[in-house]
Design a protein around this ligand. Structure first.
Ligand code: ATP
Length: 589
C-alpha cells in the first residue's frame, strides 16, 4: 500500500490547491452536519420548556443548515472529482509517452490487449480512488473527529460505549483488505487476458474466418471469459462481506447506547435532548463507516491497478529529444562491427561486420528468417544493438537517443501500417503542413495518381483502420510516399514491393531510384532482380552474410544469390507463360 501512495503522490501534487479547497468545503459540510442534531436537542429542550419561539428558531436553523450543506457538498465534490479527472489525463499522457519510448523487446513481451486494458480499466480504477475514494476518506476523517468530539462533550461514558464495536471492525477490515488486494490483482490480470483475446479476435477476424477457426476461438474465449467470471465471483464474495461487517457496527453501537443511555435518562443523569442528539450523532457516523467499506475495495482495486501501471510508470521519464547536429537530409555512413543479436535465445544475426560509405545503395537478399529485417530494425533503433557494434556516422546506436536517430531515418517496414484517417493525411504523416501540390507530386512519385483520381473523394478518401480499405499494394505505395515526404538521409526499405506485381514493382523502383541517390539506402527485396543496381548486395543466410558484392559478381559466383535470381526468373517466365495462355489478367496489387 505504501508503494501505491508513493506512486500516486506525484500525480496528486499539481492538484493540491484544488484538493485543499475541496477539503475545506468538506469541512464546512461536516460542520453544518454537526448543527443538525444540536438543533434537535435544542428543539426538544424548547418543547420540554414550552418555548415555542426557541422551537421555531431551532427548526429554521436546522432547515437552513440542511440546505447550505447541500451546496457545500456539491462544491467539495466538484474540486475532488475534477482533480481526479485531470490526474487521469496526466497519468494517461505519461503512460503513452513511456510506452512509445519502449524498444521492440517490450512489445514482444507484452500483448496489445493487455496494454490496452491498462489504459482503460486500470486507469479508471486509479481515477475512482483519487476522486471518490479520497473524498470519502477525508469526509470520514472530518466526520469522525467532529462527531466524536461533540459526542464526548455530551457524554464521555456513552461515547466509549458507542465505539466499543469498532476495534472488532478494524480487525475484520485488516483481514479483508489483504485478500481484496490479492483478488483485485487477479481480476485485473484476467481483464488483461480478456482484452487480449478480444483484440486478437477482432484484428485477426479475416484469418479466423478464412480458416474456419471461429468455433475454436469461441471455445478459447469462453474459457478466458469463464476464468474472468470465476475470479470476479471470488472477489464479489469478499466484497459482499465488507458491507455486512460495516453495517453490523452501527446497529451494535446504537443497541449499546440505547440500553446504557436509556438507563441514564431514566436515572435523570442525562437529559432527553442530549440523549436524542447523541443518537443522531451516532447515526451520522454510520454512513461514513459504510462508505469506508466501499472505499476499502476501491483502494485495493486501485492499488492492484497502479501496480500494473507501474510497469510503464516505473521507467525513467522520457526527456525531450535533443536536436541532432545535422539532421535530416545528410546521408550517413554506417559501420557494423562484430554484431551478434538475439531476440531471445537464438541469435538472429551472427558476427556481422560491414562498412557502408555514405550515399551507398545496399541490397539485402536471402531466404526467409535469415536476419535481413533484423538488421533494418536495429538500424532504425527499434531494438537496442549491443554496445560498440552498430555505428551511424560514428555514433554508437546503443548510446544515442533512438528518437533523435530516427529523425534521420525514413523506414518502410514490411507491413507498412497506415493510420485511420484520409489517404492524404497518411501520405503526409511526416510532413502534415505540406501543400496540396506537394501531395499530388508525392502520389505521382509512388504511382498512385491514377487510383487517387478514381477514388470518389480523392486524397480525402478514408483508408479505414490500419489502411484496411486499400489494397496491399496501395498500402505499400502510401507507406513509401509517407517515407518520401520525410527528407531523411538513411533509408530502410524492408521488402516494400512485396505486394506489387513484377512490372509495377520495377516501374516504382525505377521512379524511386533517382530520388534516393545521394542517400544511404538499405533495400531488402524478396524480388532479387530489383537489387541489380545496388552498389553492394549482402546475401544473408542464417544470420550471417554468406555472400556479398555487385549483382554481376554474385551471379558469376554461382552461389545462393545466383540460385535465388534464377529461381525468380524462372517464376517470372512461368507467370508470363500462364498469363499469355489465359489472356490479360488482373494486376496483383
Ligand atoms: N520479434 C521477434 N522475436 C523473436 N524472434 C524474432 C523476432 N523477429 C524475428 N525473429 C526471428 O529472427 C530471425 C530473423 O528474422 P528476420 O525477420 O530478421 O528475417 P528476414 O530475413 O527478414 O525474413 P523475411 O524475409 O521472412 O522477412 C528469425 O528466426 C525470426 O524467427
Amino acid at each position: 500500500m505504501r508503494g501505491f501512495a508513493a506512486a500516486l503522490r506525484p500525480y496528486l501534487r499539481p492538484y493540491h490547491r484544488s484538493l485543499l479547497l475541496g477539503s475545506l468545503w468538506l469541512l464546512a459540510t461536516t460542520l453544518l452536519a454537526m448543527v443538525i442534531p444540536w438543533m434537535l436537542k435544542l428543539g426538544i429542550e424548547a418543547v420540554e420548556d414550552g418555548h415555542s419561539a426557541a422551537l421555531t428558531t431551532a427548526v429554521a436553523v436546522l432547515a437552513a443548515a440542511a440546505l447550505v450543506r447541500c451546496a457545500t457538498r456539491i462544491a467539495s465534490r466538484f474540486y475532488y472529482l475534477h482533480s481526479a479527472r485531470r490526474l487521469e489525463v496526466d497519468l494517461r499522457r505519461d503512460l503513452l509517452a513511456r510506452l512509445l519510448h519502449q524498444s521492440g523487446f517490450f512489445f514482444d513481451r507484452h500483448r496489445t490487449g493487455d496494454l490496452l486494458a491498462r489504459f482503460t480499466g486500470d486507469l479508471a480504477n486509479v481515477r475512482m480512488f483519487a476522486g471518490f475514494g479520497l473524498l470519502t476518506i477525508v469526509n470520514a476523517v472530518t466526520v469522525y473527529i467532529l462527531t466524536l468530539a461533540v459526542m464526548l462533550m455530551l457524554s464521555p461514558t456513552l461515547t466509549l460505549v458507542a465505539v466499543l464495536p469498532y476495534p472488532l471492525m478494524l480487525l475484520a477490515v485488516k483481514w479483508l483488505s489483504r485478500h481484496l488486494l490479492h483478488h483485485s490483482a487477479q481480476v485485473q490480470e484476467g481483464m488483461g487476458r480478456l482484452s487480449e483475446a478480444v483484440e486478437e479476435g477482432v484484428s485477426g477476424q479475416a484469418v479466423i474466418r478464412a480458416y474456419g477457426l471461429g468455433a475454436g476461438r469461441k471455445a478459447r474465449f469462453a474459457e478466458i471469459n469463464g476464468e474472468y467470471l470465476r475470479r470476479n465471483l471470488v472477489l464479489a464474495r469478499l466484497r459482499a462481506l465488507v458491507l455486512p461487517i460495516m453495517t453490523l457496527v452501527g446497529p451494535l453501537g446504537t443497541l449499546l447506547v440505547l440500553y446504557f443511555g436509556g438507563r441514564q435518562v431514566a436515572a435523570g443523569s442525562l437529559s432527553l435532548g442530549d440523549f436524542v442528539a447523541f443518537n443522531a450523532y451516532l447515526v451520522q457516523l454510520a454512513w461514513p463507516t459504510l462508505l469506508l467499506g466501499w472505499v476499502l475495495t476501491l483502494l485495493q482495486r486501485a492499488s492492484a491497478s497502479m501496480e500494473r501501471l507501474q510497469l510503464l510508470l516505473a521507467l525513467p521519464p522520457v526527456a525531450p529529444p535533443a536536436a541532432l547536429p545535422d539532421v535530416p537530409g545528410a546521408a550517413p555512413e554506417v559501420r557494423v562491427r562484430d554484431l551478434t543479436f538475439a531476440y531471445a535465445d537464438q541469435p538472429a544475426l551472427r558476427d556481422l561486420s560491414l562498412e557502408v560509405p555514405a550515399g551507398s545503395l545496399i541490397g539485402l537478399a536471402g531466404p526467409a528468417g535469415s536476419g535481413k529485417s533484423t538488421l533494418l530494425r536495429l538500424l532504425a533503433a527499434l531494438y537496442p544493438p549491443p554496445p560498440g557494434t552498430l555505428f551511424v556516422d560514428g555514433q554508437d546506436l546503443a548510446r544515442v537517443d533512438g528518437r533523435c536517430h530516427r529523425l534521420r531515418v525514413a523506414a518502410v517496414p514490411q507491413e507498412g501500417r497506415l493510420f485511420s484517417g484520409t489517404l492524404g493525411e497518411n501520405l503526409l504523416y511526416a510532413a502534415p503542413e505540406a501543400s496540396r501540390e506537394a501531395l499530388a507530386d508525392l502520389a505521382a512519385r509512388v504511382q498512385l495518381q491514377g487510383e487517387v483520381a478514381e477514388f470518389s473523394q480523392g486524397f480525402d478518401t478514408r483508408v479505414g483502420e490500419g489502411g484496411m480499405s486499400l489494397s496491399g499494394g496501395q498500402r505499400q505505395r502510401v507507406a513509401i510516399g509517407r517515407a518520401l515526404a520525410r527528407d531523411a538521409g538513411l533509408w530502410l526499405l524492408d521488402d516494400p514491393f512485396s505486394h506489387l506485381d513484377a512490372a509495377t514493382a520495377r516501374a516504382l523502383w525505377e521512379e524511386l531510384r533517382p530520388l534516393l541517390s545521394g542517400h544511404t539506402v538499405f533495400l531488402v527485396s524478396g524480388r532479387v532482380s530489383l537489387l541489380r543496381s545496388a552498389d553492394r548486395i549482402l546475401v544473408f543466410d542464417r544470420g550471417r552474410i554468406a555472400e556479398q558484392g555487385r549483382h554481376e559478381d554474385l551471379i558469376a559466383e554461382q552461389g545462393l544469390y545466383a540460385r535465388l535470381y534464377h529461381r525468380e526468373q524462372l517464376q517470372d517466365e512461368l507467370e508470363a507463360g500462364s498469363a499469355s495462355n489465359h489472356g490479360p489478367g488482373t494486376p496483383k496489387n
